[in-house]
Design a protein around this ligand. Structure first.
Ligand code: DP6
Length: 337
């Protein structure tokens, strides 16, 4: 009997899958904290190998939202963040019921890769559908952004641009696809240097930078130029140019974070070691470049035909615990539809 009930629940739960992404031109800093609008636009790649699947069921029997993460009940902090997001969905849809949310990543959370990007993109898609909404890509991206800035980009496959927008209400701060994954097949190698969880998450880190880093204004003022240069590199499939702009944006973001007070240092010694390693590799003729987010892992981008050789070289490197290789991924989607 219980099994039957579970089956019915299973059937009614709306499930979505969204892939993780990494930014080539970085997002760091918010314009409006309540709306979670970014101070700068960003450009990212969708990662096929890393994704989150989330199921949502609005249920009149529930008194409050329930959240299960990777098979375990979530902490109160995690539940509150998801509940605050579900409140937005309830406000927009008129749905009055609490929801049961089950979310799981296909990658180990301990690796510091548990990005809020795929999580909130999958949640936005599944929850809006479960609440009877059918938003277009743009409105869905606005919704996902209110959960997490990078999640606005995770709704789309391939190469994606997030606009910072100009409107007070944040309606023009959304992401949209630039090119699909097959426009320019690339591989992303994630070199894991540490499995420890980070001390300062990006939400708190970027707010600290906005308040205290003397470089913040220069960061915001120079962002449009980087986005335009990256659009140009993508339009011409110019790998060298893409490498230069991407490393520049990454190092500029980390310099901004390091100049916060107290300084935010997301790297460890191995991150720095590998960064030099990738540059040396490129100087010797291998097309590859790095990017680093708010953690110590190094992401290496290269054409697919070079990834096996790079992984082979990395596997003997003492700075690398393990590697994950990903091609570029597809749009987020409803599962079983
Ligand atoms: C360094 O999207 O995690 O990865 O909007 O506060 O949830 P919130 O921040 P989040 O920040 C991502 C920062 C980054 C750069 C990037 O992905 O663009």
């Amino acid at each position: 009997m219980l099994q039957d009930n579970n089956d019915i629940m299973e059937k009614m739960m709306i499930k979505a899958r969204a892939h993780s992404n990494i930014a080539l031109v970085k997002y760091w800093g918010k314009k409006n904290i309540a709306l979670n609008t970014p101070a700068v636009g960003s450009i990212s790649l969708c990662l096929e190998a890393l994704y989150t699947e989330t199921g949502v069921l609005f249920d009149p029997e529930l008194e409050r939202d329930e959240l299960v993460l990777n098979g375990r009940p979530a902490t109160e902090k995690e539940r509150n963040r998801v509940s605050a997001f579900l409140d937005i969905i309830r406000r927009e849809s008129g749905m009055k019921q609490a929801a049961r949310v089950e979310s799981a990543n296909n990658f180990p959370t301990a690796a510091g890769l548990a990005s809020s990007a795929s999580a909130f993109a999958a949640l936005a898609l599944a929850a809006s559908r479960a609440a009877g909404m059918n938003p277009d890509g743009q409105s869905l991206s606005v919704l996902a952004r209110m959960g997490s800035g990078s999640a606005a980009r995770s709704l789309f496959g391939g190469f994606v641009e997030m606009h910072r927008g100009e409107r007070e209400d944040g309606r023009d701060a959304f992401a949209e696809p630039l090119y699909s994954a097959d426009y320019w097949p690339l591989h992303v190698i994630i070199a894991i240097t540490s499995e420890a969880s980070k001390k300062t998450g990006s939400t708190d880190g970027m707010e600290l930078s906005r308040r205290t880093s003397p470089y913040y204004k220069a960061w915001v003022d120079s962002s449009e130029e980087d986005l335009a240069a990256m659009r140009g590199a993508l339009a011409g499939r110019d790998f060298q140019k893409m490498a230069e702009i991407s490393e520049y944006s990454c190092l500029k973001m980390h310099a901004l974070a390091m100049a916060s007070n107290p300084g935010l240092i997301y790297w460890n010694a191995d991150t720095l070691e590998l960064l030099h390693w990738v540059r040396a590799l490129r100087e010797k003729g291998t097309p590859a470049f790095f990017t680093i987010d708010a953690g110590p892992q190094l992401k290496i981008i290269c054409p697919p035909e070079h990834s096996a050789a790079i992984v082979e070289k990395l596997s003997g490197h003492p700075a690398v615990k393990r590697t994950i290789v990903s091609a570029l991924g597809p749009d987020a989607r409803i599962l079983g539809a």
